[in-house]
Design a protein around this ligand. Structure first.
Ligand code: AMP
Ligand code: MG
Length: 334
């Protein structure tokens, strides 16, 4: 397939492709999304194919106007009203009971549908101009880190999609928060930039699933290996001094190791050190690009510094642990 990389100036070509059942990659405020007409099973099938995504891993449908949610869902529970009012447009996905119009491919056979209204200008303009409800998971090959730059998208999907829109965005850097409002009280399925602390202000009894242990793919990110670079990642979780000491010890036997450092350390024995930043926002926005960067430098083993943190820290922790396949050294317990 010939993939056209375009700027937002030529957006109407991409909108036409969506109407015709094609695939379009576009920027959002979280990560790049790989979109197709969410109500067209054949078009949705192309998303799974392009990504190599397992068919039992449902997609999020993106809308440009709040009112459009009514077309996709059976009801809008009061909790959803409140969340839509406060956080849409923005990095929050809500799970609703699905309407008849929504097919079984996009929801992977579930009775519920995931809907989000992104704030990114290009994303909204594309959805609006196309006139379709745009199903879109992250625009990476299944299993690899989500793309936050157009280069990452091209690395993964050149030749596998019709259009890639080269635009600005992805300032958050991690996928949306996912909250299931089809049940009471609501359940936080995936942490993101809308934090648990913020959600608790509205719903003190919000449930946080024991995400790792769940088998049912209620939330795709839960079941499969995700966000993983080619290098093997080990998270070193602990107070600053102890984690740095631990990593320095590990580096002695590793000629091809990299360190993702947080507020941190100097590692003379590492082949590549990347600074994750000074805040959890910075850690989040750079995480996927940093993981890909280690691969570019043929690093085989990555030690990632991490520490206890609420707010955005929960989202970073969730993605980092998955990238590491839960290979975590917990130095708080020792
Ligand atoms: P991705 O877009 O690749 O980050 O993954 C899609 C996300 O959609 C998953 O992480 C889930 O949280 C979410 N999702 C989509 N449909 C559903 C659904 N019906 N129930 C629960 N979660 C869903
Ligand atoms: Mg994804």
């Amino acid at each position: 397939m010939n993939t056209k990389v375009i700027t937002a100036e030529y957006l109407s070509q991409a909108a036409q492709a969506l109407r015709d059942g094609g695939t379009v990659v576009f920027p959002t405020e979280t990560v790049y999304g790989l979109g197709a007409d969410g109500l067209n099973d054949a078009a949705v099938g192309k998303i799974y194919e392009a990504k190599g995504r397992p068919g039992d891993n449902p997609l999020i449908i993106h809308i440009a106007d709040k009112a459009d949610v009514a077309q996709l869902v059976r009801e809008i529970p009061p909790a959803a009203q409140l969340l839509m009012q406060r956080y849409w447009p923005g990095p929050l996905t809500l799970i609703f009971p699905k309407s008849e119009r929504v097919g079984r491919v996009v929801t992977a056979g579930l009775d519920t549908v995931a809907v989000r209204m992104p704030s990114n200008r290009i994303a909204r303009a594309l959805i609006r101009e196309s006139g379709v409800y745009v199903a879109a998971p992250s625009a990476n090959l299944s299993g690899s880190p989500s793309p936050t730059t157009v280069e990452h998208v091209i690395d993964d999907l050149d030749g596998r999609v019709n259009f890639i829109i080269d635009g600005t965005g992805c300032e958050i850097g991690l996928e949306s928060t996912v909250v299931d409002v089809s049940v009471t009280p609501p359940v936080l399925l995936r942490p993101g930039a809308v934090t648990l602390e913020e959600l608790r202000e509205l719903f003190p009894d919000i449930v946080t699933g024991r995400q790792e242990e769940e088998n049912a793919p209620k939330c795709p990110g839960m079941k499969y290996t995700h966000y993983a670079p080619k290098a093997q990642v080990t998270v070193v979780y602990g107070p600053k001094g102890r984690r740095q000491e631990y990593i320095k010890e590990c580096l002695k036997g590793e000629p091809n190791a990299g360190v993702l450092t947080y507020r941190g350390g100097r590692y003379e024995d590492a082949k590549l050190v990347i600074d994750a930043g000074e805040s959890m926002q910075a850690y989040a926005s750079g995480l996927f690009a940093n993981l890909r960067n280690f691969d570019t430098h043929q690093i085989r083993v990555i030690y990632a510094e991490f520490e206890q943190a609420g707010g955005m820290g929960r989202a970073v922790q969730n993605r980092l642990y998955k990238a590491a396949g839960y290979r975590v050294i917990n130095l708080y317990e020792k």
